[in-house]
Ligand binder design. Structure first.
Ligand SMILES: Nc1ncnc2c1ncn2[C@@H]1O[C@H](COP(=O)(O)OP(=O)(O)OP(=O)(O)O)[C@@H](O)[C@H]1O
Ligand SMILES: [Mg+2]
Length: 417
C-alpha cells in the first residue's frame, strides 16, 4: 500500500483541495481530504490570472507554493500523519493561463513545487499538463487516465465533473475512453452570485438562489448556440471563453437587472449544455457519476436528473469517494506513477500523439553521501541513492531523524508557518 497526497486548485479559484490517498492495485481509498479556501482577494487575483504582469505572476507563484506547503503541513497534522508517511505529493497547481488554441499551444500552472518540496520534505510531482502539450496534446483533460483506471472495467459510465468548467470522461469495458470539456460548470453561476451579493457570497450555496428565479429559455438557447458547443471533441476550454464577457451579448437587459432570474437561467444553461454535449458527442451511457463542487448545487443537480432521465445521475459521494476529493486524488495517483516511471496519461482525450509520463519531479531536499539527491525517502541505514532504488514510493514509514542531512545532529524541522 502506498500513500500519496494530491492537490488541486481548480478554475473556480475557490481554494486548494487536498486529498490523502492510499493506492493498492485498483483499490483507492481516500484517507482524508479538505479544501482550504482562498481569501476573496486571492481568489479574485487568481481569476484575473491572464491579466497579471510577469513580476506579479512570479511573486504569486512563490506565494502560492508557500501556501500549498503550509496547507499540506496543517492537513497532515490534523489527519495524524507525518511527512515521512507520504511517498509523494502530486500538485496540479493553479492555472494562470491555458492556451490550447494559441500558436504554439501553451499552458501555465503556478504554485512553486520547489517551495512545497523544501517546506514539507516530501518529493513533489507537478506541471503535468506541459508534457501533454509537448507530445502534441491540448494539455487537458488529464483526469481520463484516472477514470479509466478506476472506473473503466464495467458498463458504460460517464464521469461528469462539475468544477468551474464541466468536463466528462466516458469509460466502459472494451470501450475507447472518450473525454472532453462540456463547457461551463460553476463559473458563470459563481460570477453572477458574486455580482449580486457584491462579493459577500462566492457561490450559490446548495442552489438556493437558482431555485427561486425564472429561467429565460430564449436566453439559454441563444447562449447554447455558441460555436464551442458544436465543436467536435477533443476540445478543452476555460475562463478564457466562459467569463462574464460571455453573458451580456446573449442576455436581455431586463434579465440582467433581475439577478435571481439570471442565476436561475445560468444554472439551467449549465445543465442544458452538459446534457446537449452528451446528445451530440457521447455514446449511450448507463449512468452518470457526478463529482466536483457543482454536485452540492441541488438546483443544478435536479436539472441534470430531469434532463438525463431515465439515465440515473448520481453523486460520487454515493460511491464512497468525497466529491471534491476526486481531482486531488487523481493527481496523487499520477504523481505516484510518475516516480515509479509508469505511464500516467491517456492521449485520446487531449489529442497527444503518444502516451507519456506526465509531470516534473522535484526531489526531496536531503542529500546522500554520494552527493545525489533523493526522489524518495531514504531508508534507514542507506547512504547511497542506489541503495534505496527499490524503496522508491514504497510508502514505508521512516524515522523522522533518519532524514537529517546535517550529519544526524537532530531532527529535521518541518515548517509550520
Ligand atoms: N454547497 C455548495 N453549493 C453550491 N455550489 C457549491 C457548494 N460548494 C461548492 N460549490 C461550487 O463548487 C465550486 C468549487 O468546486 P470544485 O473545487 O470542484 O471546482 P474547481 O476548483 O473549479 O475545480 P476543477 O476546475 O478542477 O474542476 C465552487 O466555486 C462553487 O461554485
Ligand atoms: Mg476547487
Amino acid at each position: 500500500m502506498k500513500l500519496a497526497l494530491g492537490m488541486m486548485s481548480g478554475t473556480s479559484a475557490d481554494g486548494i483541495s487536498v486529498a490523502l490517498c492510499s493506492f493498492e492495485e485498483k483499490n483507492l481509498k481516500i484517507l482524508a481530504h479538505q479544501t482550504f479556501p482562498y481569501s476573496f482577494k486571492l481568489s479574485q487575483t487568481l481569476i484575473c490570472g491572464p491579466l497579471l504582469t510577469a513580476p506579479e505572476i512570479s511573486r504569486l507563484n512563490v506565494q502560492l507554493g508557500k501556501l500549498f506547503a503550509d496547507a499540506i503541513l496543517k492537513f497532515l497534522k490534523k489527519s495524524n500523519y507525518v511527512p515521512e508517511d507520504i511517498s509523494v505529493i502530486g500538485s496540479h497547481g493553479h492555472t494562470i493561463y491555458h492556451g490550447p488554441n494559441d500558436q504554439p499551444r501553451n499552458t501555465l500552472q503556478i504554485g512553486e513545487s520547489s517551495m512545497i518540496a523544501e517546506r514539507t520534505g516530501i518529493p513533489v510531482v507537478a506541471d503535468f499538463r506541459m508534457r501533454d502539450i509537448a507530445a502534441g496534446g491540448s494539455g487537458a483533460p488529464l483526469i481520463p487516465f484516472f477514470d479509466k483506471f478506476f472506473f473503466g472495467q464495467s458498463r458504460t459510465t460517464a464521469l461528469q465533473n462539475i468544477g468551474g468548467i464541466a468536463n466528462v470522461t466516458i469509460v466502459g469495458k472494451n470501450l475507447p475512453t472518450f473525454a472532453f470539456d462540456n463547457g461551463p460548470g460553476n463559473c458563470l453561476i459563481d460570477w453572477a452570485v458574486q455580482k449580486m451579493t457584491h462579493g459577500r457570497s462566492s457561490f450559490d450555496r446548495d442552489g438556493k438562489i437558482a431555485a427561486t428565479g425564472k429561467i429565460d429559455m430564449a436566453a439559454v438557447k441563444k447562449m447554447a448556440s455558441h460555436p464551442y458547443f458544436k465543436k467536435r471533441p477533443p476540445k478543452s476550454t476555460g475562463r478564457e471563453l466562459f467569463n462574464p464577457d460571455f453573458i451580456p451579448h446573449f442576455i436581455k437587459s431586463g434579465l440582467k437587472k433581475n439577478s435571481r432570474d439570471l442565476i436561475s437561467t445560468l444554472t439551467y444553461f449549465t445543465a442544458y449544455t452538459i446534457h446537449q454535449s452528451y446528445q451530440r458527442f457521447a455514446p449511450p451511457v448507463s449512468e452518470i457519476i457526478a463529482s466536483g463542487g457543482g454536485t452540492y448545487n441541488q438546483t443544478l443537480m435536479t436539472h441534470l436528473k430531469n434532463l438525463f432521465s431515465p439515465v440515473p445521475v448520481k453523486s460520487l459521494d454515493e460511491l464512497g469517494i468525497p466529491t471534491q476529493a476526486k481531482e486531488p486524488a487523481a493527481f496523487a495517483f499520477f504523481a505516484l506513477r510518475a516516480i515509479e516511471g509508469k505511464i500516467n496519461h491517456l492521449p485520446e482525450g487531449t489529442g497527444a500523439t503518444k502516451a507519456c509520463i506526465l509531470g516534473k519531479i522535484i526531489p526531496s531536499s536531503y542529500k546522500f553521501s554520494d552527493g545525489s539527491a533523493g526522489i524518495a525517502k531514504r531508508p534507514k541505514g542507506s547512504t547511497k541513492q542506489s541503495d534505496f532504488k527499490d524503496q522508491i514510493a514504497s510508502g514505508k514509514n521512516h524515522p523522522r531523524n533518519d532524514r537529517n542531512e546535517n550529519g544526524g545532529k537532530g531532527i529535521i524541522k518541518y515548517a509550520t508557518h
